[in-house]
Design a protein around this ligand. Structure first.
Ligand code: DLL
Length: 441
């Protein structure tokens, strides 16, 4: 182990003391340097002296994604541009992109956070590491890259796409670790099989998967197909990028938060009230060390819960559950709340289905109609021959429908497709297609 685990194994009171010291510094820095934060404090009637404990942070108003858009591009930066060495951001599919910045020190901290995360996930110095996250404004590629180098491993900066070449390089370079979105990794697996190769026979031992919601069933499938440990890594550009939290190789039981850098809260997304450990709600983060782009009570939109129990790996850090989904991606089907990951769990328990699906929402008069589109595997297709007529298909649809109803509490309309009929992603998979406001040409 190249890092001492001091920060990850600290007694909780000591960690909370450290967090409080860093919180005070952060709040002072943003109050003095970012008009948005000063206004937020002043409007809420909160003074810096009012924050005398970690709990007092609850007096401070939240920050939301819209605040980033309204302050586009650099108005939330807390340092002069001359101190900024890197910019990242979102693709901006909904209006203006969101932009974040890093100082030299921020990049050093982030690299160390990711290196620590990789060690937690089973990485060791000397590993060759295949990094198939996209390089660019997205934080996945470069975020992982700097951490791989900082750990003392060899980064293969392949980025996303060109799947046959990914496979060639995995064969030739013999990496021990791989990082990509879970959905893209399954596309690589699919392509390997198409090329007549056995994905279980690669040199890979562990995979660092995140950037999109994924289920336990998806983990089981990745581990089985590639004969690796599939580790969940979480992060978001607003807070830093990948590495905010990660599972450990030993337990794979919740994601350890890098608490010396990020303070986590869970709130009720409707009322904003802070919820106790164990309860599910929206994750909120405050950065504790960031210089260029500090965030204070940033509402992530991600649904999870927190667990303060020490882990069997020896770490004492707060763990967050796997992300169930995003608040905005929650589907309300006849009054029942459903996340795409819950649909995924049911679909992936059927061996006849490929791990690729989309939920399509259409407007049907005054009502919304939800259709779950999924693909059958090549094997099933060979057996069934014709998807519209085969009795096998009828049986399969009935069985999936039954399990969906049991798991979700509502029945959904299922549409089966031939293998490879649905679009594949090279990064984050698009699981929800919302056609309700589509203007027909
Ligand atoms: O996706 C950072 C990242 C890169 C994380 C590589 C992990 C690996 P953004 O593009 O800003 O940053 O998107 C952040 O992606 O709010 C979640 O909704 C989702 N997300 C990220 N990691 C996970 C995960 C990167 N492990 C948004 N499970 C977040 C579920 C995740 N959702």
């Amino acid at each position: 182990m190249i890092f001492n685990l001091e920060m990850e194994t600290m007694a909780r009171e000591d960690m909370q003391k450290l967090q409080f010291e860093r919180l005070k510094e952060t709040l002072q820095r943003v109050y003095e340097n970012v008009p948005f934060h000063k206004e937020n404090f002043d409007k809420a009637g909160v003074k810096l002296e009012d924050i005398q404990s970690l709990e007092d942070l609850q007096k401070v108003p939240f920050m939301k994604k819209t605040d980033l858009r309204e302050n586009y591009p650099f108005k939330l930066f807390a340092v002069e541009m001359s101190e900024v060495v890197r910019i990242h951001g979102s693709s901006g599919t909904k209006g203006k992109p969101t932009v974040v910045g890093y100082t030299k020190k921020d990049i050093e901290n982030w690299s160390e956070i990711v290196a620590r995360a990789l060690c937690c996930a089973g990485g060791v110095p000397g590993d060759i590491f295949h990094n198939a996250y996209g390089y660019g404004l997205f934080t996945g590629g470069l975020g992982l890259h700097y951490g791989i180098e900082r750990m003392g491993a060899v980064a293969v900066p392949i980025s996303g796409g060109n799947t046959p070449r990914q496979i060639t390089l995995i064969e030739d370079f013999e990496p021990r670790g791989i990082a990509a979105t879970p959905s893209y990794t399954l596309n690589i697996v699919e392509e390997m099989k198409r090329l007549g190769k056995n994905p279980r026979e690669t040199s890979l031992k562990y995979g660092i998967f995140g950037a999109e919601p994924w289920s336990e069933e998806m983990r089981a499938q990745l581990e089985e197909e590639l004969d690796i440990k599939a580790i969940d890594i979480y992060g978001l550009s607003e807070v830093m990028g990948p590495g905010v939290s990660i599972e450990c190789y030993d337990a794979q039981d919740g994601l350890h938060i890098a608490e010396d850098h990020f303070l986590a809260e869970i709130i009720d997304p409707n009322t904003g009230e802070v919820l106790p450990y164990g309860q599910e709600g929206e994750l909120v983060f405050t950065s504790l060390t960031k210089e260029a782009f500090p965030v204070v009570r940033y509402r992530t939109g991600d649904i999870a819960s927190l667990n303060p129990e020490p882990c069997k790996c020896g770490r004492t850090s707060l763990r967050m559950s796997r992300i169930k989904g995003r608040v905005d991606d929650m589907l309300i089907i006849r009054g029942v709340n459903v996340f795409p990951t819950e649909i995924e769990s049911v679909l992936l328990s059927f061996k006849q289905l490929a791990p690729n699906y989309q939920v399509v929402i259409e407007r049907d008069g005054a009502l919304d109609r939800f259709e779950v589109h999924c693909e059958v595997t090549e094997e099933f297709m060979n057996q069934a021959e014709d998807l519209s007529a085969s009795p096998e298909v009828g049986k399969l649809l009935k069985a999936i429908g039954h399990d969906m109803k049991n798991a979700l509490g509502v029945s959904v309309v299922l549409r089966l497709h031939k293998p490879n009929a649905l679009p594949r992603s090279e990064g984050k998979a698009v699981r929800i297609v919302d056609n309700r406001n589509k203007v027909l040409a």
